[in-house]
Design a protein around this ligand. Sequence first.
Ligand SMILES: NCCCC[C@H](NC(=O)[C@@H](N)CC(=O)O)C(=O)O
Length: 436
Amino acid sequence: MFFGYMFVDLMSPLQSMIEAQRGWTPDVFGMYGSSEFILNVFGFLILAGIILDKMGVRFTGQLSASLMFIGACLKYYAVSDSFAGSGIETWLGSWWTSFPASAKLASLGFMIFGCGMEMAGITVSKAIAKWFEGKEMALAMGLEMAIARVGVFAIFSISPWLADMAPATVVRPVAFCTVLLLIGLLTFVIFSFMDRKLDKQLGLDSRGGGGSEEEFKVSDLKYILSSKVFWIIAFLCVLYYSAIFPFQRFATNMLESNLGVSAQTAADIFRWFPMGAAAITPFLGRYLDHKGKGATMLILGAILMIVCHLTFAFVLPEFPSKPVAYGSIVLLGISFSLVPAALWPSVPKIVETRYLGSAYSLIFWIQNIGLCLFPMLFGFALKYFNAGRTEGMPYDYTRPMLIFVACGVLAMLLGLWLKAEDRKKKYGLELPNIKK
Ligand SMILES: NCCCC[C@H](NC(=O)[C@@H](N)CC(=O)O)C(=O)O
């Protein structure tokens, strides 16, 4: 997960270099970014969940880590010097000429990587639920997410440094992260041996199923799809994450515009956001394991997000102060710890283990649709509300930011509904994970 999150964001700080070296204009760069989600949104994630529940965490984990590595190799080849001038480049460059050949192949690689990455995300969640059932599950999930956030922070620091070494090239960071993904694949193979041993100890079959549990059937999906509480969690997830990950892409420019600082200063302020979340998530996971209060944490997280986005929309333009910006980012970091720390460990409480993979994959699928659409929606709103803006002027973010505020309000209402449902049906969302 650490290496995977690094690979996802490795190009983010290199936008101007890839434009200069390979001709990827901002719209090409944007489309390349969305390519990660395309196959997932068109159904791969659903298939991934079924594969996970049918084949178990070992097979699916190795498959997903292999897909990540294959996709990375393709992307490496696309930006490499040996691709430039090759027959494939000539052919790929002969159609849809506004989209460079290197971007086409890199996007294909990123699409394959994206399938592996999301499949790995649900596999890891199911593996943690299996290993830590009745124990420190939320702490384990919190640590996993914290490691992922450190990966984002690390790549924002390492990628420009690697690229800027003489001779400056975007190829070096891609090569570096591709090697890391190979190491990731090997670590998953090692994990698979440990997981096999656990199955032997627990008396489970080769898929990690069996025991008293029934085998997963595709028709079991109806139990998930007909569960009200599943839909509440899925919609809460898409609304919350749609106001976080898409916001992350625009946050640097929003701070730049509202504070009147350079892009570098704005990025330096914002890059602490994932680090803040990394520092707090494991503690909240531990709290959840020992004390519970998962549904309350979801509501609190959504409220904090509303407060932060309102501050970015209305307070920062009026009072362009760095302490206010840092304060809001810290609060958003706390929110981004509360919600993920409580959300993902809640899923095993509402569905049976035999279709847990499918439940995670359906939630990821719905979430991916939001992650694909919201950057476009926000970008459109930003352009629309800045119609009269002249080149070089800061953007007005006030009204576009209301999209993220609205997501937060709806997520909070869903959180309240979830808590009410939990009280009625006793899913145990407010109870600790550790069974004494
Ligand atoms: N084991 C992973 C838990 C989910 C972590 C969560 N990531 C996602 O939801 C991804 N689907 C996001 C993406 O598509 O980039 C997170 O909080 O990072």
